[in-house]
Design a protein around this ligand. Structure first.
Ligand code: PEP
Ligand code: MN
Length: 337
């Protein structure tokens, strides 16, 4: 349930409510809004809890949270969450662009790409060091060496590093180098991993599983939020359908739907979402038009030679063209990019 404080309620009154909710055996999440503070009280509900909290000083009302996800719900927080990592800002009026290769391959590749995407206007650098590959015989990533190369690229360009963490054992290591931890589509429902990233101070980019529903995605985000990490971005990266002309099917209605249901920012990945570099620029532009808060785009100096996902990667010129197009659309919908 949500304990809605009166406008102008004091910090002492908020602290007192938090203590009362704790005593009732519920977990509290305090959300300070522009208008007033609310306290989400999450856990098993018992008789009379609502009535006993309603009469506490400073409390305006106590209302149930109807959605299955609680802290992620718009019911709890109507202001959009803005996730910031260095210059990367995702949410509200600002569209953050995260660009870079599917995998970090060598230092020259990642630094050259970082410089090019920064010059074109990206503020985040993506690049997998730990790669989840369908086949165990495919390139698995450079692991810690790859993380070091990403850190060097950050020193050179100031871009925020977004990189995937695949297992709970590697969370500490990856968090030492990354500005944003990416939880990949295949791990969207790895609940121990979600809890582990929820226990770091790092923002998290949570990718939708290719067969996950919106409620499953939001409940996965809830695992991270429930550990006390409020900086979660949701990423639509396409789902598996009967269609075979694209690698996945990229449903853009997700953006609007999620904005109705959650305050968390929504990033669209048109690279994995289509699997064809020729489809990426228009789908990126469409994502901006529908209100996406961020884009994640694969960019490689020589897509033909990429060690993974080259067929869906843009070269530098194509990326610059995509950014220019997206910038015009962003201006038309009243956002900065
Ligand atoms: C990636 O971003 O490189 C990746 C592996 O994506 P996904 O988890 O969406 O398949
Ligand atoms: Mn990829």
């Amino acid at each position: 349930m949500i304990v809605v404080m009166k406008k102008g309620a004091s910090q002492e009154q908020v602290d007192h409510v938090v203590r009362r909710v704790d005593e009732l055996g519920l977990k509290t999440h305090v959300i300070v809004g522009t208008e007033r503070t609310v306290i989400a009280a999450v856990g098993e509900k018992r008789e009379h809890m609502k009535e006993s909290l309603r009469i506490v000083s400073g409390v305006d009302d106590v209302v149930p949270i109807l959605a299955p996800y609680k802290v992620a719900s718009r019911e709890v927080k109507s202001d959009p969450t803005v996730v910031v990592a260095r210059d990367l800002c995702v949410g509200a009026d600002t569209i953050g662009v995260i660009a870079g290769p599917c995998s970090v391959e060598n230092e020259q590749q990642i630094i050259e790409t970082a410089r090019a995407v920064r010059a074109a206007g990206a503020t985040g650098l993506r690049g997998g060091a730990f790669k989840p590959r369908t086949s165990p015989y495919s390139f698995q990533g450079l692991k810690e060496d790859g993380l070091r190369m990403l850190a060097t690229a950050r020193e050179e360009t100031g871009l925020a590093i977004v990189t995937e963490v695949m297992s709970t054992d590697e969370v500490r290591l990856v968090a030492r180098y990354a500005d944003v931890l990416q939880v990949g589509a295949r791990n969207m429902q790895n609940y121990r991993l979600l809890e582990a990233v929820g226990n770091t101070p790092c923002p998290v980019l949570l990718k939708r599983g290719p067969s996950a529903t919106m409620d499953e995605l939001l409940l996965a985000a809830e695992y991270i939020l429930n550990e006390g990490n409020p900086n979660v971005m949701l990423c639509e990266r396409g789902i598996r359908t009967f269609e075979s002309h694209t690698r996945f099917t990229l449903p853009l209605a997700t953006v609007t739907y999620l904005h109705q249901k959650t305050h968390l920012p929504v990033v669209v990945d048109p690279s994995h979402g289509t699997g064809h570099s020729t489809l990426v620029p228009d789908m990126a532009a469409a994502a901006v038009a529908i209100g996406a808060d961020g884009l994640m785009i694969e960019v490689h100096p020589e897509p033909d030679r990429a060690m993974s996902d080259g067929y869906q990667s843009l070269n530098f010129e194509q990326f610059e063209g995509t950014m220019n197009k997206c910038r015009r659309i962003a201006a038309a919908v009243g956002k900065n990019l």
